[in-house]
Design a protein around this ligand. Structure first.
Ligand SMILES: Nc1nc2c(c(=O)[nH]1)N[C@H]1C(S)=C(S)[C@@H](COP(=O)(O)O)O[C@H]1N2
Ligand SMILES: [Mo]
Length: 334
């Protein structure tokens, strides 16, 4: 059976080119100009920098206070900020990689409440001021691997989900953690066309086993590149689970529930044979439609700086996470 849409494996080159055409069209530049040769080193800011006709950001990123603990400052080549904030998956704002940055400009992320409920001793609702007061922020440089086989290295800012969960005090019944994105079709046009926009059901939901959620690597993320998240990266609060495929990193979270049963996850609901609940990065378990043995790293060079490199087991975080999956058949629990 044909699924309506899937995470496609188009290359960043194709996506950027398509976006450039759109941008030029927007700016009213003639199609003749499009046939002019493109300077290889054209700054990405020129392509995504936007025009004066764009609406101002409703919630512009602002600087955050954070520390940079040595253990999280991996010596890796960073993907530049303009690519991290210009090449996104956030289907609530459109399906092309440049759509979220263009369509989320008026997304209002303040005020924002997040509720923690379910199997906890202390259910609570916090706003973002509470979050910044209660949890010291840390910069953490993590590899990021999308199931589509592209990757980045990103300096996120956030705090361990474990500290938030400890505050809520999971009961002895809690075995999983369920997450939910905001549902607001007014603000999120991708949620408007019925139940199954892009083949996905909204609100976007995700889940982790409790031990995965408590792992120190699992980051509640409030910022990137020294500032609060821009809307396209999941402002004001999103999840980053660096040893799993990017789709586990649910954006713009409004609710976290501790549960007894394994919670649903959006991509798994859409195509259970293609996107598992675990979604651990694994070079030996291919996606049914493409290999996961290698990935395209989106690097700092020019617009088309993409390096093919081997995929790392657990995205390079095996030392910290492999023990959680001891004895599990990772082909079955993909
Ligand atoms: N709510 C929501 N969260 C989401 C998505 C989405 O479409 N909606 N896309 C996921 C996917 S497939 C990836 S790869 C990452 C991308 O995060 P980034 O745009 O900050 O790099 O967000 C994930 N979180
Ligand atoms: Mo993804």
């Amino acid at each position: 059976m044909n699924k309506p849409f899937k995470e496609s494996d188009v290359t960043p080159e194709q996506v950027f080119f398509c976006s450039r055409r759109k941008l030029l069209k927007l700016l009213g530049i003639s199609s003749a100009a499009l046939s002019l040769p493109v300077t290889a080193n054209a700054g990405i800011a020129d392509w995504f920098g936007g025009s004066s006709s764009e609406p101002p950001l409703a919630s512009p990123p602002r600087p955050i206070d954070f520390t940079s603990p040595a253990m999280w400052q991996a010596k890796l080549t960073l993907t530049p900020e303009q690519k991290v904030t210009g090449y996104n998956n956030f289907y609530e704002f459109g399906m092309d990689k440049a759509d979220p940055a263009a369509n989320a400009r008026q997304f209002k992320t303040s005020p924002w409440n997040i509720t923690i409920d379910g199997e906890v001793e202390h259910p609570m609702t916090l706003d973002m001021d509470d979050i910044f007061k209660k949890f010291p922020m840390e910069q953490r440089i993590y590899r990021m691997r999308c199931v589509e086989a592209w990757s980045m290295v990103v300096p996120w800012i956030g705090f361990s989900l474990a500290s938030l969960l400890k505050m809520a005090a999971p009961t002895s019944n809690a075995r999983y953690v369920a997450f939910q994105t905001l549902y607001d079709p007014q603000q999120m046009p991708g949620q408007q066309d019925g139940l199954n926009s892009a083949g996905l059901q909204y609100p976007y939901v995700e889940g982790l086993r409790l031990d995965e959620a408590m792992n120190p690597l699992t980051l509640m993320t409030t910022g990137v590149y020294g500032k609060t998240l821009p809307p396209q990266n999941g402002a004001p609060l999103r999840l980053i689970v660096p040893w799993k495929y990017g789709f586990k990193g649910i954006k713009s979270i409004v609710k976290i529930s501790l549960t007894r049963e394994q919670p649903p996850s959006t991509w798994n609901l859409m195509a259970p044979d293609e996107y598992g609940f675990y979604a651990n990065v694994n070079p030996h378990v291919d996606h049914p439609r493409w290999s996961q043995a290698t990935e395209r790293f989106i690097g700092p060079g020019g617009l088309f700086d993409v390096t093919r490199q081997p995929t790392l087991m657990f995205n390079g975080y095996g030392e910290q996470v492999a023990s959680m999956y001891k004895g599990m058949d990772l082909r079955r629990y993909f």
